[in-house]
Write a protein that binds this ligand. Structure first.
Ligand SMILES: Cc1cc2nc3c(=O)[nH]c(=O)nc-3n(C[C@H](O)[C@H](O)[C@H](O)COP(=O)(O)O)c2cc1C
Length: 403
């Protein structure tokens, strides 16, 4: 399998599957492998807070409410490389999370349908690509479990970004067509988002609408079905001019990161699709001078200009489809008999992926922004700029590029 690394200078490389297999020289092994993330590009001298990595993983952990998969994973992270007496050494950081809930009964449920295509899932393409020895248990690396490594690596990125006063938060703004308030629409402030962050099982920061959404999802669950929704991601404190102007626009790097997450079906930046229906006179974010810095009266662009950051909040929406695994009967094919078949899945699943995916989105935006920051610093390390431009860049640029 290729393509398990994300990033150019700050890089995460992940491995590990939904169930996996654990073997030693003495023991041919059993179900229950591990998920692993190698983080490249961590500076030396950082007091890595392992509790903060753990907290990020706890946001994503299954079995926290009736909305997520009942799978009982502890998701305990072990830092196994790159640290000395709690401080990073500049060597790659190795993060390990063991799969612990891989019981035979669940393996058997997957074995029973291993030749039956699960509608909406990625397994058929895995079979086309890897043949009969491809991983059939719990969807292998097409499982949401793959995202553990991203969240662990993203948690390291977040700690480095925090030193730069950059903060990334995501929340659910729509579930199964039920809308909540959002920062992009100006119906919620970033401060309210922060205050209400993770106050309910869905992590919808519009607390009233969250109750309606959760009640609806429980009905969806009782009907044997699943539902999709929308995540809003805000990155605050991102300095202006991050991202390279052509192929490596910050917008493109973030899109790469977010589009690599399973179950996402669309992205919008700022006012997104609405921009296509808006006049230039309505859409343009008009610059104003504020304390000698360039700010904007509105943020329809979602904090991007020329694909690079403009110093305002980055605002991104990510659309998430309904969980493919459902108990309702659907048409499919059996690849062993090459006959039509009906499938009503019995395997464990999330009723909505939204309460599980928002920390993954935060992680991928964190890795993208940090990688772009490293690229910018590398560029400014060799380029010499005229200091007179320094004060004109965005409000949160502390002149860090122009030395
Ligand atoms: C955090 C997370 C949790 C997921 N949970 C499930 C699940 O419980 N059941 C399921 O069928 N798919 C789940 N998925 C979705 C699949 O991983 C993925 O959507 C599926 O393989 C199809 O891939 P595609 O949507 O990219 O085509 C989850 C995805 C993520 C990111």
């Amino acid at each position: 399998m290729l393509g398990n690394t994300f990033g150019r200078i700050f890089q995460i490389t992940t491995c590990g599957e939904s169930y996996g297999w654990h073997a030693t020289a003495e023991d041919p092994g059993n179900w229950g492998g591990s998920l692993f993330c190698i983080v490249n590009g961590v500076p030396p001298g950082i007091k890595l807070d392992v509790k903060r990595i753990q907290d990020e993983l706890f946001k994503r952990r299954p079995g926290q409410s009736k909305l997520d998969s009942p799978r009982k994973e502890t998701d305990i992270v072990e830092v196994v490389a790159g640290l000395q007496e709690g401080i990073t050494t500049g060597a790659p950081v190795g993060l390990l999370v063991r799969n612990v809930d891989t019981q035979d009964i669940h393996v058997q449920q997957y074995r029973d349908v291993k030749d039956v295509v699960r509608p909406g899932h990625a397994e058929l393409n895995f079979l086309y690509k890897y043949g009969e020895h491809g991983d059939w248990c719990g969807a292998g690396r097409a499982s949401g479990r793959e995202t553990v490594g991203r969240v662990a690596g993203g948690a390291v990125a977040k700690q480095i970004l925090a030193r730069e006063n950059i903060e990334i938060l995501a929340h659910v703004i729509e579930s199964h067509g039920i809308k909540g308030r959002s920062v992009a629409e100006g119906t919620m402030t970033f401060e309210e988002l922060k205050a209400n962050y993770r106050k309910n099982d869905l992590n919808c920061c519009d607390l009233d609408q969250a109750k309606v959404m959760i009640a609806d999802l429980l009905k969806v669950r009782d009907a044997g079905d699943t539902a999709g929704g929308t995540i809003e991601i805000i990155a605050r404190g991102v300095p202006a001019a991050l991202g390279e102007p052509v192929f490596d626009k910050l917008k493109a790097t973030i899109a790469h990161g977010l589009c690599s997450i399973g179950a996402m079906t669309g992205l919008e930046f700022g006012s997104g699709a609405a921009a296509a229906r808006t006049l230039g006179s309505e859409w343009n974010d008009q610059p104003v001078l504020e304390d000698g810095k360039v700010r904007f009266q509105t943020n329809h662009s979602g904090g991007f200009s020329g694909g690079m950051s403009n110093g305002e909040d980055l605002i991104i929406r990510m659309y998430v489809k309904a969980t493919p695994t459902i108990s309702k009967q659907q048409d499919t094919v059996d690849l062993k008999t090459m006959q039509a078949k009906k499938l009503a899945a019995v395997t464990r699943r999330d009723i909505s992926i939204c309460p599980r995916i928002y920390p993954v989105a935060e992680a991928m935006v964190a890795c993208s922004v940090l990688d772009a920051l490293y690229m910018s610093r590398a560029w400014y390390g060799v380029a010499r700029l005229d200091p007179k431009w320094e004060g004109l860049t965005g409000p949160r640029n502390k002149g860090e590029y122009t030395k």
